[in-house]
Design a protein around this ligand. Structure first.
Ligand SMILES: NC(=O)c1ccc[n+]([C@@H]2O[C@H](COP(=O)([O-])OP(=O)(O)OC[C@H]3O[C@@H](n4cnc5c(N)ncnc54)[C@H](OP(=O)(O)O)[C@@H]3O)[C@@H](O)[C@H]2O)c1
Length: 337
C-alpha cells in the first residue's frame, strides 16, 4: 500500500510516496480505503512549509477524505464493512465547544491525514455518507463545509432575511453562499474576478463586488443594505479585509474570523469593534456533529456542493498545481476512478 508524505524540504515537488502496512486495529478502529480527497488552502500551506505550525517530514498531509470501510475493530458499533464514510477534520472533537474536546487532533497536521491508499481512524472521527452524496462530493465537506456551517449556523444562528457578506469564491466561500441561501438569507459576495462574480450570481448571490476594482467595498455593502450593514461576515481575507468587514456590519453584527488570504500581519483598532458592538468570533473548523449536520442538510435539500474539478488520483500533482493558482471556484478533488 502507498501513502504520500511530506519530504525533508517543503514544496509539492518534494512530497514522497512511501510503502506501508496497515497497523493492527484497536477495539474502536476502522480501516478505510480512501477513494476521494479534497484540497484546502491549509493543506497547501503545510506542504509548502508556511503554515502557522511546522510539521515533521513523514507526515501524511490532507484532512478531507472519503472512502469505504474495509474492516472494523471488535468495539465498533456504528459502522461495518462496505459503509461509505467521510473523515472529520478534528478527531476527538465530537460536539459542543472545542475546550471540552478530548485531546483534539487535526488530520493532516497533528496526525497523519488521508493522502493514502488506506487509513485507520477511531469510529468517532468518521461520519456515514448519505446515499445521495457521492464520495467525491462527500470529501469536500470536512474542512470548508464544516467551517462555513460552524460560523453561520452553529455560532451565527443565521435567520431568513439576514444579510451575509462572503469574501472570495473558494471552498469556504461557496459553502457559505449555499448555506446562507438555504436559510433564506441575502448575500453580498466579493471576488477579484468578474467571471467568478457572474458564476456566483448564477448560484444565487444577490449582489457581487469586485474587490480589486472597488477597494472601498464596505461603502457598497452598506448601500446594498440601505445603510444598515450586514448581519454576518464570513471573514476569509484577514488583514486585508478585517477593518472593512467591521465597517460593513450592522450594530451588533457578527464577524467570523476564518482566513488570512490577504496576509498574516496587520493592526486591529479595537474601537471599530466597540463602535459597531461587533461580535467577533474565531472559527476553527468545527466538531464531528457539525459534519453530520451539514451532510444531512445537503442530502435533505438535494443540494450538491460546488466542485470545480475532479482529477484522477494519479494526477495529484497537476491537481494541486491547479488548486494553488487560485483559479478554482469551490472545491478541487482527486478521486480513484
Ligand atoms: N479557521 C478555519 O477554521 C478555516 C477553515 C478553512 C479555511 N480557512 C482559511 O480560509 C481561507 C479560505 O480557505 P479556502 O479553503 O476556501 O481557500 P481557497 O479555496 O483557496 O479560496 C480562497 C479564495 O479567497 C479569495 N481571496 C484571495 N485573496 C483575497 C483577498 N485579499 N481578499 C478577499 N478574498 C481573497 C479568492 O477569491 P477570488 O478568486 O474570487 O478573488 C479565493 O477564491 C484560507 O485562508 C484558509 O486558510 C480557515
Amino acid at each position: 500500500m502507498k501513502k504520500t508524505i511530506l519530504g525533508f524540504q517543503p514544496g509539492i515537488a518534494n512530497l514522497q510516496v512511501a510503502d506501508f502496512e496497515t497497523p493492527p486495529l484497536g477495539a474502536n478502529d476502522v480501516l478505510i480505503k480512501i477513494q476521494a480527497v479534497s484540497f484546502n488552502y491549509r493543506d497547501l500551506e503545510i506542504i509548502n512549509g508556511i503554515y502557522s505550525e511546522a510539521f515533521q517530514p513523514g507526515l501524511v498531509p490532507f484532512s478531507d477524505g472519503a472512502g469505504e470501510v474495509i474492516e472494523v475493530g471488535e468495539g465498533v458499533s456504528l459502522l461495518q464493512p462496505g459503509d461509505r464514510v467521510v473523515t472529520s477534520f478534528w478527531q476527538s472533537w465530537a460536539s459542543g465547544e472545542l475546550k471540552y474536546a478530548r485531546s483534539p487532533k487535526a488530520l493532516g497536521g497533528h496526525r497523519d491525514g488521508v493522502l493514502s491508499d488506506y487509513t485507520v481512524l477511531d469510529e468517532s472521527g468518521l461520519v456515514k455518507i448519505p446515499d445521495e452524496i457521492s464520495l467525491a462530493e462527500a470529501a469536500t465537506f470536512p474542512c470548508a463545509g464544516v467551517t462555513a456551517w460552524q460560523a453561520l449556523v452553529v455560532k451565527g444562528q443565521i435567520k431568513a432575511g439576514e444579510w451575509v457578506l462572503i469574501q472570495g469564491t473558494g471552498g469556504v466561500s461557496t459553502f457559505a453562499l449555499q448555506i446562507a441561501k438555504m436559510h433564506g438569507a441575502r448575500t453580498i459576495l466579493l471576488s477579484s474576478s468578474d467571471k467568478k462574480r457572474a458564476s456566483m450570481e448564477k448560484m444565487g448571490a444577490d449582489h457581487t463586488i469586485n474587490y480589486i476594482d472597488c477597494p472601498d467595498w464596505e461603502t457598497a455593502v452598506r448601500d446594498f443594505t440601505n445603510g444598515i450593514g450586514v448581519d454576518h461576515v464570513v471573514e476569509t481575507g484577514g488583514p486585508s479585509t478585517f477593518e472593512k468587514s467591521l465597517k460593513s456590519i450592522r450594530m451588533g453584527g457578527q464577524v467570523y474570523v476564518i482566513g488570512y488570504k490577504g496576509g498574516k500581519g496587520g493592526d486591529i483598532n479595537p474601537l471599530l469593534i466597540l463602535a459597531n458592538q461587533a461580535e467577533v468570533k474565531a472559527i476553527g473548523v468545527g466538531p464531528t456533529s457539525s459534519l453530520t449536520q451539514i451532510l444531512n442538510a445537503y442530502q435533505a435539500l438535494r443540494q450538491p456542493p460546488v466542485v470545480d474539478k475532479i482529477y484522477d488520483w494519479g494526477d495529484f500533482a497537476e491537481a494541486l498545481e491547479y488548486f494553488s493558482t487560485g483559479e478554482h471556484i469551490g472545491k478541487v478533488v482527486i478521486e480513484k476512478r
